[in-house]
Each structure stands twice: as structure tokens, then as C-alpha cells.
Design a protein around this ligand. Sequence first.
Ligand SMILES: [Zn+2]
Length: 270
Amino acid sequence: MPELPEVEVTRRALAEELTGDRLQGVVIRTLKLRLPIPSDLPVLLQGRTLQEVGRRGKYLLFRLDNGWLIIHLGMTGHLRVLPASMAAGKHDHLDLLFGGGRILRFTDPRKFGTVLWSGGEPHAHPLLADMGPEPLEEGFDGEYLHALSRSRSVAVKQLIMNSSVVAGVGNIYANESLFRSRLRPSRSPHSLSREECGALAVAIREVLAESILQGSTIMNFRVAEEPLRYHPLDFRVYGRGGKPCFDCGGMLEEIRLGNRSTVFCPHCQK
Ligand SMILES: [Zn+2]
């Protein structure tokens, strides 16, 4: 599943490639995604100029001069800039035609992605309205986490994966940031001290920022013809259950929390 860093790297690449370009046409091959693609999208987008590519959590926000195109990549979606002559495959559901014979193509084998239109401010859209602060922006820090965690009874890992608490922290980065901050994923949020909340907020920001930097370096900010797929090469815990901890050499433990795979070091994480 594309996580926040991958979406952010995609955003940067698309912003560089397409900002200021005029949309010359839209081809929809299926309306049936997680939510139906609006059938009037071609009318709404035709002739409009892409002003900006933004992001909120894992949603990409394409600002046109008459509204916003909102895209979520779901489990398996990706966006590529391709020559318009490139034949469409079975899972290519949407093409946006830009100048210079280029298309922005949305591909999604499992169709859990979302393509929506918002005539007004997208942050008020029902999908985005309840989202918590962006982890890399002001408003997300240890004080915020500490204040909010006093009344929560779920495990801390579930807390930070709740998008109304903080936007866009998925399973991979929840595992990694808890390891980095030395906190056990099953800890009760109200047992966390101010210092521990501070360390966790810093760890979340660091793992996301490092991953964005790494992905940006790999992609060199260009949208390749191959789908953007990268993950940091050095996960410390994610996907490493039963393997030795890089820090203490003990065996990493894997459990299920909120029905998601959770890996931690019982020695290093308290
Ligand atoms: Zn360890």
C-alpha cells in the first residue's frame, strides 16, 4: 500500500512535471472504484489549468481553476506520466491528457483507489474534514500527542494510525517510529509521559522525512514510466518478526494489534 512518503514523492514529481499545464481531455475506462468516479469529470476538467498539486494525508489534491480533483491511491494504485501513444492496459482506469502528448495515467489493479471532484475547498470534503494534523507540519508534536492520549484506551500504535489523530501514518511507519522512540506498540497512551510523547512525535517526523528524502533521491523528482515503488532499504522492525534486533541482537517479536502486523523488540521497547 502506498504510504505517506510514497504519496508525497509522487506529489512532488507530478507538481514539477505538470503544474501550469492545461488539461486537454479526459478518458475514463471504468467508473467503478472504491467510490464511483464522477461521470461528468471530462466536462469539469476539459480546458482547465493545473494550478497546484497538494496533499492531505494520503490524498493527492490537484487544484484546477474551477475546483479540486482528489485522488487516493488505495491499496495498489499509482500515477504515471506517459506518452499519450502508450496503449492502455486492463487496470488503467483514467487518463488525463496534457500538452506535449503526455497523459497522467491512473492504474489500480484492485480498484480500492478513489478519484473524486470537489468544487470547493477540499479540506471540507467529508473524506478529509475529520483528519488530524499533518505529521510533518506545525500542530503535531509531543504536547499535542500527550494532551490527546490522556483519554484514549486503544494501544499507542492504533492511536497514531488513527487518521483523526494524525494524518497518514500507516502500518510501516507506525512500527518504525515506535521502535525508534523505544515504545512498545501495545502501550496504553495514557501511560505515556510527556517525554515519551515528545520522542514519539519526533520519531514519526523523522522516519517519514527520511523516507521522503530517500524516495525523492531514488526518483530524482521525475515521474518514470515504471510505477513509483520504493521503500526504505533499512526497515528496523517492519517485516522482520523473528529476526535479530539491529540494536541489541535479541529476537524481534510479531503480534497482531488492531488486526495489523506489529513487530517490536521486547528488550529495546518499553
Ligand atoms: Zn532490541
